[in-house]
Design a protein around this ligand. Structure first.
Ligand code: THU
Length: 128
């Protein structure tokens, strides 16, 4: 699947974000090795700390459905492009260290980097 198409899915996804505290709605679209796509949104919480980001929501959904290998993730938000936070980088690195991470203000201005670059020398046990 092309980056633009995955990004469009992420854009559509952020409409479902639950972000009453930050008003920053994020959507992620995660492409699995078998071609299936899992979306995620940020789900905030009144404790703030219990908030989950869109990227982790997408990975948790995917793993729950049996997918563990991923090729790309696109992230879109109500505020434009958003690179994944540090916790999400580590969470994704567990499964796919060379994941292609895509974001941008709109589908005509996408940027992409390998997760390996965004989380240089990340920690991972080879046990899957
Ligand atoms: N957030 C994400 O969902 N993903 C990102 O890549 C950046 C941050 C969420 C967490 C919180 O709900 C809101 O954006 C503001 O930080």
């Amino acid at each position: 699947m092309e980056d633009k198409e995955l990004y469009r899915i992420a854009e559509k996804a952020f409409e479902n974000a639950y972000a009453p505290y930050s008003n920053f709605k994020v959507g992620a679209a995660l492409l699995a090795a078998d071609g299936s796509v899992f979306t995620g949104v940020n789900v905030e919480n009144s404790t703030y700390g219990a908030t989950i980001c869109a990227e982790r929501a997408a990975v948790a959904k995917a793993v729950s459905e049996g997918a563990r290998e991923f090729s790309k993730i696109a992230v879109a938000s109500s505020g434009g492009g958003a690179w994944p936070c540090g916790i999400c980088r580590q969470f994704m690195y567990e499964f796919s260290p060379d994941l292609r991470v895509i974001t941008g203000d709109d589908e005509e201005h996408l940027q992409a980097h390998s997760l390996n670059k965004l989380l240089w020398k990340g920690f991972r046990l080879e046990q899957k």
